[in-house]
Design a protein around this ligand. Structure first.
Ligand code: AMP
Ligand code: MG
Length: 426
C-alpha cells in the first residue's frame, strides 16, 4: 500500500490583496478555491469498502459492460438477415441460451433459439423478438415482421468499454459507483485518506451537556454537535476539540491539539473584532490571519488563518450564521482539501411565495422551503438568533448581491440543503 502525503499548505495561504474591504461571496469562493489544494495522502481500498471515499486516480474499466453481446429480454433470437415483412415463421433449434448458461455452438440462419434476459447472443443471433410478441407450438415460432436488426439486444461495451475511464479522479464514490466499478471488474481503487476536521467552540458562556442544568448566563453549545454532524455527513472524519472559554491560552492549547490531530480546524465564536473575540486576536498574533469581511447575510467576518500549517476556518458564533457559513464556505474549501475538488452548489429557480425588498451590497441566504405548489416560502423571521428556522427550512433562497424587489410569483434561486450534501430532516 503506497502512501503519499502532499506538502503542507503555506502560511500565506489565505493572504488577501491589500485594501480589500468587503469581499463579495463569489470572489471569496474564488479566492478559497485558488488558495487550497488536496492535503491528504492516498491508500488502496477494496471497492466494497470505498463508499464515500474520493478517487485519487481515475478508475479504468478492466472489463466491458456488458462484457458480451446479450439479450435485453426473454424471447427468441435469430439472424435478422433471414427475416422480412409480414408474418414470420422460424423453426426452433434445440436448446437455449440463458444467463450463466450460454448456448454451445452457432445457430443456423433461418432458425430461432429460445433466449433469456442477460444470456449471451450465440453466433448466428443478432436480433431478439420479445416472447410476448410471438406465438409458438414448441417447434416453430411466428411473429409479425419486420423487426429491427439488433432489436432487444445489447452490444458488448455499449455502456462502458474495457480500458476506458469509468470514473474520474476526485469522484466521491456513491452506492451506484460501487455497482459500476464492480461490474467493470475493478476490485481496488486508489482513494484519498479521509480529511480529518477538528471542531472547537469558543465562548465563556458555553456549556456542553444539554442534560445538565444551566445558569441564566450560560448557553448550551449548539454549534459543536451541528458542525460535527455536518462533517460526518460530508465524508470527513470529525475530531471533537470540545469548547474553550474566551481565554487565549486555552484556545491556543486546543488549536495545537487540532493541528496535531486534524487536517483542518473549524472554530465557532470569537471571530469578530470585539473585546472577547479571542479567536481572531489569537490567529492575528500567530501572524497568519486573514479576516475576510464577506458581504453575506447571515454571517459576519469569516476568519481564515493557518495554525501550525493547518488551515483554520473561524466561523461566526451565532448558530444560524455558523451553519450558513459552514455550508457556503467551509464545505467547498474542505472538499478541495480532501481531493474531491471544488463544488458549486446546484440551485434552481422556483416562484417566490413571499415578498421582499432587498438593498444592494450583500448576498442574502434566507431559510426557505418549498410549499405544496413548489413555490419558496421563507422563515417568518430573518433574525439570525432563530435556530428553529434551520430545522423549519429545507434549504435557502439565495438573493443576489444587487438590490432586488421580490414579489410573489417572481423566480428566485432555491438551494436545497441536499445541494450542500446535507441530508436528513423534514
Ligand atoms: P460570537 O461570535 O462569539 O460573538 O457569538 C455570537 C453569538 O452566538 C453569541 O450570542 C453567542 O453566545 C452565540 N454562540 C457562540 N457560540 C455558540 C455555540 N457554540 N452555541 C450556541 N450559541 C453560540
Ligand atoms: Mg463569543
Amino acid at each position: 500500500m503506497s502512501t503519499l502525503v502532499p506538502p503542507r499548505l503555506r502560511n500565506d495561504t489565505f493572504a488577501m490583496p491589500q485594501g480589500v474591504e468587503w469581499v463579495p461571496v463569489d470572489e471569496a469562493l474564488e479566492l478559497l478555491r485558488a488558495a487550497l489544494r488536496p492535503v491528504t495522502g492516498t491508500e488502496t481500498l477494496p471497492v466494497a469498502q470505498a463508499l464515500g471515499r474520493v478517487l485519487a486516480a481515475p478508475a479504468v474499466a478492466r472489463r466491458s459492460n456488458p462484457p458480451q453481446p446479450n439479450s435485453a429480454v426473454d424471447g427468441y433470437g435469430f439472424a435478422h438477415a433471414a427475416t422480412g415483412a409480414g408474418v414470420q415463421r422460424l423453426p426452433l433449434a434445440e436448446g437455449r441460451s440463458a444467463a450463466g448458461q450460454p448456448f454451445d455452438g452457432a445457430l443456423p440462419e433461418g432458425m430461432a433459439l429460445r433466449i433469456l434476459t442477460g444470456a449471451i447472443l450465440p453466433e448466428g443471433v443478432d436480433t431478439v423478438v420479445l416472447e410476448e410478441d410471438c406465438a409458438t407450438d414448441g417447434r416453430t415460432i411466428s411473429f409479425d415482421g419486420p423487426i429491427k436488426r439488433g432489436a432487444n439486444t445489447r452490444k458488448a461495451g455499449e455502456d462502458v468499454a474495457a480500458g476506458s475511464e469509468a470514473l474520474a479522479a476526485g469522484r466521491m464514490l456513491s452506492a451506484a459507483d460501487l455497482a459500476l466499478l464492480t461490474a467493470l471488474g475493478v476490485g481496488e481503487v486508489s482513494v484519498h485518506r479521509p480529511l480529518r476536521v477538528a471542531v472547537l467552540s469558543t465562548g465563556t458562556e458555553l456549556i456542553a451537556d444539554p442534560a445538565a442544568p444551566a445558569a441564566p448566563h450560560q448557553i448550551y453549545d449548539a454549534n459543536r454537535p451541528m458542525l460535527l454532524a455536518l462533517l460526518a455527513g460530508w465524508g470527513f472524519v470529525p475530531v471533537d476539540l470540545g469548547h474553550a472559554p474566551d481565554d487565549p491560552a486555552e484556545i491556543a492549547r486546543r488549536l495545537d491539539a487540532g493541528a496535531r490531530e486534524a487536517d483542518a480546524i473549524l472554530t465557532s465564536g470569537g471571530a469578530s473584532a470585539g473585546d472577547e473575540d479571542h479567536v481572531s486576536r489569537l490567529l492575528g498574533e500567530s501572524g497568519t490571519l486573514t479576516s475576510w469581511r464577506i458581504a453575506i447575510k447571515p454571517g459576519r467576518p469569516l476568519a481564515l488563518a493557518m495554525w501550525q500549517g493547518v488551515p483554520v476556518f473561524g466561523l461566526p458564533g451565532n448558530p444560524v450564521a455558523a451553519f450558513t457559513c459552514a455550508l457556503i464556505f467551509a464545505r467547498p474549501a474542505l472538499l478541495q482539501l480532501s481531493g474531491a475538488g471544488w463544488r458549486r452548489s446546484q440551485g434552481f429557480a422556483v416562484p417566490a411565495a413571499f415578498a421582499k425588498r432587498k438593498k444592494a451590497g450583500r448576498r442574502e441566504f434566507l431559510r426557505a422551503r418549498l410549499n405544496a405548489n413548489g413555490a419558496a416560502e421563507v422563515f417568518a423571521s430573518e433574525g439570525s438568533g432563530r435556530i428553529s428556522g434551520l430545522s423549519w427550512a429545507t434549504g435557502f433562497v439565495e438573493l443576489p448581491d444587487e438590490a432586488c424587489d421580490v414579489a410573489p410569483g417572481d423566480p428566485v434561486r432555491f438551494l436545497p440543503y441536499g445541494a450542500f450534501g446535507v441530508s436528513f430532516g423534514g
